[in-house]
Design a protein around this ligand. Structure first.
Ligand code: B12
Ligand code: SF4
Length: 451
């Protein structure tokens, strides 16, 4: 690939998010995208140095098709494991047509040597410093093959943290553009999780004033925080929630079960406008959670935590991972019962997925229990390893049964309390998940290729 063309016009950079097995334009599970706009491409676009005067555009294949001819000098693609085969296929196509391709994102960070084979350059880790450097090098005809995040990176040391360029996505089919992030990373070390494997256990914090300015400049009144664990650091979280109070916004975000341990934090969360929290309960089995090294989760405390959040008027998006080594086939009924008894408003279930690079993947590979390395099946809905206490079929059937049971109309009537969050949003979200649960196998039928 010739990257040293003599450019006498503006350089064109196209940023791409390839479609995945489920989230894809037109042929995906929902006709319209029912998801909020990710921040990956808009953040990368914002990091393009203004001095280079680059023409940057973004394409999210989850909500639009890629034009048959891409007019670009450089293509940057974000790769998560489930999309990796699609990303590599696209990269091959573009490189063959003479356009250099840069790959980055969680999968590239986890498996850099694999990604390197499919790209002119890869970027591992967070790219706040490396992506601008790569672009300077590219403009000078000196792009290197690999850019690695400096371990001492912090948001504090950035001279300017630009706001994501959401306007580049504006006319596209997302449920909302009001997505924000205050922190990155997580302090825990759950065995199956990509986060400690890819980025270590160090959290990264954007200055609170920057987060507030971003929300204000975008005029968001109802928003989602994409942070993996908003309460990783209680001191920072309290500062952030206090600063949100005067904005009078409503927000949704992710937290761990530890959130209810500090009454002051809970009080600030409520006063700052929190409407709902995604909490990873993962399992109701203590043995299973110990196996996951998710020591912060104590199933005996779950009901009290849920009651507390409900008393504060916070709805719960509870997530569960099925198929851990500590789970017997009885786990499916136990999970259904738990979710209904505790009135979890928006439960979600996935099949345990040993994402490559994680501690779980390494262990299962040692135990020779990885069944396939077809990454397109690594989406949380396929069984890609040999479960310990049940068969692959029991896990597939049990997972689907849990989805269908908790989203039957009778279970919805028992679960959904209309006191918390906007009742219409809650009903619509439940109906969306009900559709999803009834169509799981219809849409998750890919075997390596994405149509
Ligand atoms: C929005 C989102 C989605 C969206 C869009 C995904 C996408 N294509 O980006 C949807 C809803 C489709 C989705 C689906 C899933 N997701 Co998701 N998702 C997220 C989420 C919450 C936010 C992403 C975001 O906006 N981050 C903010 C941006 C700024 O950070 P970033 O993406 O990491 O980008 C930075 C760097 O990574 C790097 N970078 C990233 N890409 C590139 C590209 C280039 C060229 C360069 C230079 C740099 C670069 O630079 C950026 C700035 O530093 C993340 C969690 C998170 N907070 O990151 C999970 C996350 C990406 N998802 C994850 C998972 C597991 C899933 C699902 C499997 C969940 C499930 N069970 O269904 C599915 C996958 C379906 C599939 N097809 O494979 C994992 C990734 C695991 C992996 N190994 O791939 C994450 C990290 C969450 C986690 N806890 O593990 N997800
Ligand atoms: S608490 Fe959540 S984000 Fe943190 S390591 Fe565990 S699963 Fe990952």
């Amino acid at each position: 690939v010739d990257e040293s063309k003599n450019h006498d016009r503006k350089l064109k950079v196209v940023l791409l998010s390839p479609k995945g097995p489920l989230y894809r334009h037109e042929t995906g599970i929902f006709r319209k995208s029912l998801r909020a706009c990710p921040l990956t491409l808009t953040t990368l676009a914002s990091l393009v140095p203004p001095e280079l005067d680059i023409d940057v555009s973004v394409i999210d294949e989850g909500v639009e098709n890629i034009p048959s001819r891409l007019d670009a000098d450089l293509i940057g693609m974000t790769v998560i494991t489930g999309n990796a085969p699609r990303a590599y296929a696209l990269a091959k196509q573009y490189r063959e047509s003479g356009i250099p391709v840069v790959l980055g994102g969680p999968h590239v960070t986890l498996l850099p040597d694999e990604a390197q084979q499919h790209a002119d350059a890869i970027v591992t880790g967070y790219a706040e410093e490396t992506w601008p450097q790569l672009l300077w090098d590219f403009a000078a005809g000196q792009m290197k093959s690999r850019y690695v995040m400096d371990p001492s990176f912090s948001f504090e040391r950035m001279k300017v943290i630009p706001f994501p360029r959401r306007e580049l996505m504006k006319n596209k089919d997302f449920l909302t553009f009001n997505t924000f992030e205050a922190t990155r990373g997580c302090i825990h070390k759950c065995e199956f999780c990509v986060v400690p494997a890819a980025w270590g256990r160090q959290p990264f914090f954007k200055p609170v004033s920057h987060v507030i300015d971003d929300i204000k400049q975008f005029g968001a009144k109802k928003l989602i925080f994409y942070d993996l664990n908003l309460v990783a650091n209680f001191k920072y979280a309290k500062e952030l929630f206090s600063a949100l109070i005067p904005l009078k916004i409503k927000w949704y975000g992710l937290a761990t079960v530890l959130v209810s341990k500090d009454p002051e934090l809970m009080d600030l969360i409520v006063r700052s406008g929190c409407q709902g929290l995604l909490i990873g309960f993962e399992s109701t089995s203590k043995r299973n959670l110990v196996g996951f090294q998710k020591f912060q989760n104590q199933p005996d405390d779950y009901s009290e935590l849920i009651k507390k959040l409900h008393d504060y008027g916070i709805a719960i998006n509870g997530t569960f991972v099925m198929g851990g080594d500590g789970e017997e086939p009885s786990c499916f009924d136990e999970t259904i019962e738990f979710v209904i008894d505790n009135k979890i408003e928006l439960p979600r279930f996935s099949i345990l997925t040993p994402f490559p690079g994680t501690a779980l993947f390494k262990r299962l590979e040692r135990e020779q229990r990885i069944l396939t390395k077809d990454w397109s099946l690594y989406d949380g809905q396929h069984v890609v390893y040999e479960p310990k206490a049940m068969s692959v079929k029991q896990l597939i059937d049990g997972h689907e049964r849990v989805w269908k049971s908790v989203y039957s109309y009778s279970s919805m009537l028992k679960r959904v309390r209309l006191r918390s969050m906007n009742p219409l949003t809650l009903i619509a979200a439940n109906l969306g998940y009900r559709f999803y649960s009834n169509n799981l196998s219809r849409f998750y039928n890919c075997t390596g290729t994405v149509i």
